[in-house]
Design a protein around this ligand. Sequence first.
Ligand code: PLP
Length: 467
Amino acid sequence: MEVNIGTARITLILGDITEQETDAIVNAANPGLMGGGGVDGAIHRKGGTEILKECKFIRQTLYPEGLPTGKAVATSGGNLKAKKVIHTVGPIWGEENNREPELLAEAYRNSLALALKMGAGEAVAVSSGTAALHTAVHALGIGRGDEVIVPAMTFAASANCVVYEGATPVFVDVEPQSLLVDMDDVKAKITARTRAIVAVDYAGQPCDYDRLYSLARNYDLALVADACHSLGGTYKGRSVGTLADLNVFSLHPVKAMTTGEGGIITTESFEVAHRMRCFRNHGVTSDHFQRDQQGSWYYEMVDLGYNYRLSDLQCALGLSQLQKLSNWVARRRKIARRYAEAFSHIAEFEPLSIGPDTESAYHLYVIRLNSTSLSADRAQIFAALRAEGIGVNVHYLPVHLHPFYRERFGTGPGLCPWAEAAYESILSLPIFPAMSDDDVEDVIEALWKVVNTYAVKTRSAAVAGTR
Ligand SMILES: Cc1ncc(COP(=O)(O)O)c(C=O)c1O
């Protein structure tokens, strides 16, 4: 996709994005920006390339009375009157030099966060899900000497964020049917040093947050939801984003929606959100927008932060994607229903169990192979499916088995037996919104074929007849 910004032209490598999509990115960024309304769509035509006009809209929203002018005159007392504000820095692209890039980006970040609050009080947009986890752990004040409980069956980032802050991840096991955190093991591993629990909504299914929340309160611990898989999911009718003290989402391209790379953290606490905004911006107390409003250049760095900011272009893409999120989640659910129906009579494997109180967002569709019914192990089934052109995968090697954790923290086999056993038997089947119905049927057929090949007992006609 190419986007004209002023006179320059940049190419965004976002896959197969049409001209219409480009238009949508530009148009979608309008409603709700900084609390403002929509904008005359007429300014966003011609191949959707007029992000510059978008900038004008944002500026009009920021300065409804017109651009502030003549501030310099007031102090100098001279007769010169600036016709416009001439900023210290300007973008390299536009012919319009009267636009502060960071001010614009801040508007976009606020806009995306507002749109993705999911009913929580505050939302903070950052540059990735990993940055979001790190930001959350930092904002909780977790550091050296502290312990944080993390389930073993997850992507390494769920634990790495604890290590970034000098604290120790304590790995807990998962329940064998759902691969969600095992509450008894959590209780067993809480010590005087435990500061927080990171719950992981593995594969897209929200954890049992009522139980987790009361456990966390009983022990005075913070509850962080690693909801990187579950955007669009619900628990007891409540949306993810409101279920834990801090709720972390990834906007990576394979997730429910994307900003290219990106992350969001939601919370009820204004204070924690303030610390997170500060942390994503080098630990500086005020952002460009606030300084601009105050007409001030002064800022202080009060914390060692990072540049975890999400760019305006990424936010614009996110605002466009948001419009499609519910359809995409619905499509994932439909595929999952079809798989469940097609596999309902098969003994050689079973899908993860989904609790009665939850609606999964189906980031992944994971099956567990039943080794007693198969003459082949997971590696052979994996290879056979790949040979059929089915892009199966394995999520995940339990985190405590990664060499880094073994070496740094002395973890190893035996620490989380259910997660370790699951790792030997799981396969993730293809599931993403753009899959056609034919693709879904091809996956089913290939799986039947491979399972039939390796089934210990002869497959019954009844099974084939379920299709
Ligand atoms: C459970 C989990 N947490 C965190 C992350 C990190 O997210 P990101 O890739 O956006 O940094 C991922 C990424 O896949 C994940 O699966």
